[in-house]
Design a protein. Sequence first.
Length: 107
Amino acid sequence: MYYFLISKQNFLYEISNKIAVPYNISKDKILNIPIPIPCPDNPEKSLEIQQEIVRILDELTSLTNQLKNELETERQTVKNNLSSSVSSCLDLKVRMWNGKLWRVYQN
């Protein structure tokens, strides 16, 4: 319903009072907005189609959430590996620097 109404913003503006912000639309005008449904003459077929749409959207939502979780896990792994690599490089640089300083003080 939300996406349907968003797609009808121009129409909603036209039926509003255009005075107040946000625009005021009477209940009667909203209730008279035609909302398309599949197979309006065949309620059983319409319900079947709507259930299939819901099933597909639920599946897409589930896949989207799964991908988000996998991406977050991958991002965390990359972050940890990068942090570990940088830490190792810095540790090596410090040891090399300390080694050079140590040799300078020995001479």
